[in-house]
Each structure stands twice: as structure tokens, then as C-alpha cells.
Design a protein around this ligand. Structure first.
Ligand code: SF4
Length: 63
């Protein structure tokens, strides 16, 4: 599963970074960025939940 954060949509609430710090981190622009291109299998469910919980639907997952 691939993941990326749409930088136009992220409002830097920090939720995804709090919930899945193995995958999301603060980027140079002060928004969230994905640290990895491919999500490790054991974190896929957590990333799907982070995408569902993101208030602006900025987290794009590709199965
Ligand atoms: Fe940005 Fe969404 Fe993550 Fe909040 S949950 S930091 S809006 S990507």
C-alpha cells in the first residue's frame, strides 16, 4: 500500500503524526509528510484509519 499527504489539503493538525509516527512526520513546510512510500503491512490498518480520521482528507492511500 502506498501513501502520500496532499500538501494543498493538510492543515497541520498533527493527528496523523500523533497516531502513526512510524509513517507520518512534520515536513519542512510545517505540514505532515509521509516518511515512507510503501506502508509496512503491520501499519496498513493504522494508516487507513489515519486517512479516514484526517479532517481534510489529505491522506491519499493507494492499495
Ligand atoms: Fe495534515 Fe490530515 Fe495529518 Fe492533520 S491528519 S496533519 S490535516 S494530513
Amino acid at each position: 500500500m502506498k501513501v502520500r499527504v496532499d500538501q494543498e489539503l493538510c492543515i497541520a493538525c498533527g493527528l496523523c503524526i500523533d497516531n502513526v509516527p512510524e509513517v507520518f512526520e512534520w515536513g519542512a513546510e510545517g505540514t505532515s509528510v509521509a516518511k515512507v512510500d510503501m506502508v509496512p503491512g503491520e501499519l496498513e490498518q493504522a494508516v487507513r484509519e489515519a486517512a479516514a480520521d484526517c479532517p481534510t482528507e489529505a491522506i491519499m492511500v493507494e492499495e
